[in-house]
Design a protein around this ligand. Sequence first.
Ligand code: GLP
Length: 242
Amino acid sequence: MNIITFDSDDKLNEAAANIIIGQIQTTPRAVLGLATGGTPVGIYKQLVNDYRRGMISFNNVTTFNLDEYVGLPIDHPESYHSYMNSHLFEHIDLPSSQCHIPDGNATDPEDECRRYDQLIELSGQIDLQLLGLGHNGHIGFNEPAHALIRGTHVVDLADETREANARYFTTINEVPAQALTMGVGTILKAKKILLVVKGADKADIVQRALQGPITTDCPASLLQTHPNLIVLLDKTAAGKLS
Ligand code: GLP
């Protein structure tokens, strides 16, 4: 595991964007796993700037997003489809046929999960998986549990996850109760994982995830087993690491 700490948000975002650009430049048809949430917003902004400056083309890239809420209309401002369009996809030359996000409105969610796993399988392996970290140690929407699920599945969101994400909605009642998420098995199969965490409120969970016991109670702790994990932290998120 390679942990790098930054004292400025701009430097962290630039470093993350450079890792993603490096992956695209060295892999002819790079497959990227993408994340949502507050953390990657600045990274996507940096990638859009780099694209506008002619530093990178996404024409041959394929992307798979980690997750999507169940039952939120696709054009709802807080759907992860809307998030990806507004923060990244509509600003770059990534063909829409090459961006994949689970369909949270599928009539048969189980079937949608199988379809999503097959698509990932068909694309080969995810070359670089970008990840954020939930306050309870979730990655994607893989919540703490007695057992974790390998592939894409429907998940009941933990109360603390709905509370954390309520800031994007008018009331907590509007936060969907379920989501479709890529499984931990798929995440760990990525050739390289880029975990990005910001903020003092994540310092405890960063410590547990990176230096605590490997346990399904903290899904991110399984990342310790990955042979090619890069962790980018701001100073405050790194505050409790020994
Ligand atoms: C969200 C997403 C995760 C994200 C996490 C942290 O609910 N499903 O992919 O990493 O929670 O979000 P944030 O970066 O806003 O703290």
